[in-house]
Design a binder for this molecule. Structure first.
Ligand code: ATP
Length: 414
């Protein structure tokens, strides 16, 4: 049987590795073993277990309050777990005080000393630890170069920009040569342009220093663009761990599908296995003609299915699809909303009780394209491989995960 997602895409090596990227006990440099943490009656972290590889850029991603900062603080030693163990390079560090742990944290608010220059801020830790002068000078010079702060080395924090302050904070954390660098929403205080720039900088710094990075963010774009792997968290537990493409293309739950990008959910039932190809099945969804879907969960006739279909997987046209594969999953629909966004147009279309979000990239918009307009009766279609069957679906969690894209949700389910 064909396996839908065999290729594990790592940020730095866009190659087919066929190595499963799910955490395994073997080869994990950092391990969270069955960690739980309560604050009074609040369950902040709930039996969380996963591993991080040496040198990996690993992100904890999830909505506010899902427990990601608590996990980071547990690793830094600022909090103690109620149960579970933290293992770093084979050593149990659960009981070590923060200053004995080989980790350093970069905070969102930089936490620089205002009366010290950039150079003195970076050198602060080694000075307290009484490193020899020449060793401090060499290390500071290397980090000023790495973070491109050589020209601003003698300025005080109030004389540099937010992005530059964040670079100093990173340099200051790296000078101690931590075995894991913890980054707690480090870009959250920066404006959009600076954030995009700092994403590239962080990526370069990570590649240069080769240290394991554990990065906390609620911003999916940051996590997707920086990470080798992402743990998507929800309500104190980990929903899914995987490479960015794995999480986007093959989300395990409605929560993950809705939190990472936009999606449409269709709830239905398997009618029968496709006679032409038993890897596919025919699905019945109330209000839609029956359609074909790749059956990678090996569902049987009568089984319930929850499908996630990304807006960009649909085609939309005033004309019927010409290809045979397209014609299998083609529906008549009415355009309810259109937003032209430059590189793409977003459509919201209606088929009976379903309101679906569709996005279409543009090629030669002015010359060639005759896009559907508001109120048009159109055809929409998607390939049978592009509806992904979710393992779990909880409507309220999926709605909670979808930020403002509620317009993309069908209004009723089977
Ligand atoms: P955010 O993105 O908003 O920082 P988060 O995912 O990092 O959220 P945590 O800060 O880990 O979430 O918080 C998880 C839960 O634990 C939340 O409900 C939070 O209110 C609670 N919590 C965290 N720290 C404490 C504390 N010191 N005392 C009481 N409750 C806390």
């Amino acid at each position: 049987m064909r396996v839908r997602f065999q290729i594990s895409i790592s940020k730095s090596h866009l190659t087919s590795t066929r190595v499963p990227l799910h955490s395994s006990a073997m080869g994990d440099f950092l391990e969270f073993q069955d960690i739980s943490k309560h604050f009074g009656s609040t369950r902040a972290v709930d039996h969380v277990s996963f591993g991080v590889k040496k040198g990996e850029f690993f992100s904890l991603l999830g909505p506010s309050g899902c427990g990601k900062t608590t996990l980071l603080r547990l690793l830094a030693g600022f909090e103690q777990p109620d149960s579970g163990r933290l293992i770093l390079d084979g050593e149990d560090i659960t009981a070590l005080p923060p200053h004995k742990r080989p980790v350093n944290t970069v905070f969102q608010n930089y936490a620089l000393f205002p009366h010290l220059t950039v150079r003195e801020n970076i050198a602060f830790g080694p000075r307290v630890a009484k490193w020899p002068r020449s060793k401090i000078d060499d290390a500071v010079a290397g980090l000023l170069k790495l973070t491109q702060m050589e020209e601003k080395a003698d300025r005080k924090p109030h004389q540099i920009s937010g992005g530059q302050k964040q670079r100093v904070a990173i340099a200051r954390a790296l000078i101690n040569k931590p075995r894991v660098l913890l980054l707690d929403e480090p870009l959250a205080a920066l404006d959009l342009k600076l954030r995009q720039h700092m994403l590239l900088e962080l990526d370069l710094i990570h590649d240069e220093v080769g240290i394991t990075f554990l990065y906390v963010t609620h911003d999916q774009t940051e996590a997707m663009s920086l990470s080798d792997r992402i743990a998507v968290m929800n309500n104190g537990h980990v929903e899914q761990i995987g490479a960015p493409a794995e999480i986007y293309e093959t989300p395990v739950s409605g929560f993950v599908a809705a939190f990472i990008g936009d999606t449409n959910f269709l709830d239905g039932r398997v009618l029968r296995i496709d006679e032409e190809d038993p890897n596919y099945c025919l699905i019945e969804v109330a209000g839609l003609p029956e359609f074909v879907c790749y059956n990678d969960k090996q569902k049987k006739p009568g089984d319930l299915v929850h499908l996630s279909i990304r807006p960009e997987k649909f085609h939309i046209s005033n004309e019927a699809p010409k290809s045979r594969s397209g014609s299998k999953n083609a529906f008549r629909a009415k355009v309810e909303d259109v937003i032209y966004m430059g590189t793409l147009t977003k459509y919201w279309i209606r088929i009976q009780n379903h309101r679906l979000a569709i996005s279409q990239p543009h090629g030669r918009f002015l010359l060639d394209e005759k896009p559907p307009r508001w109120g048009d009766e159109v055809w929409i279609w998607f390939h049978a491989d592009d509806g992904y069957m979710l393992d779990r679906f909880n409507p309220s969690e999926a709605d909670q995960a979808a930020e403002v894209e509620t317009a993309g949700r069908p209004e009723s389910r089977v």
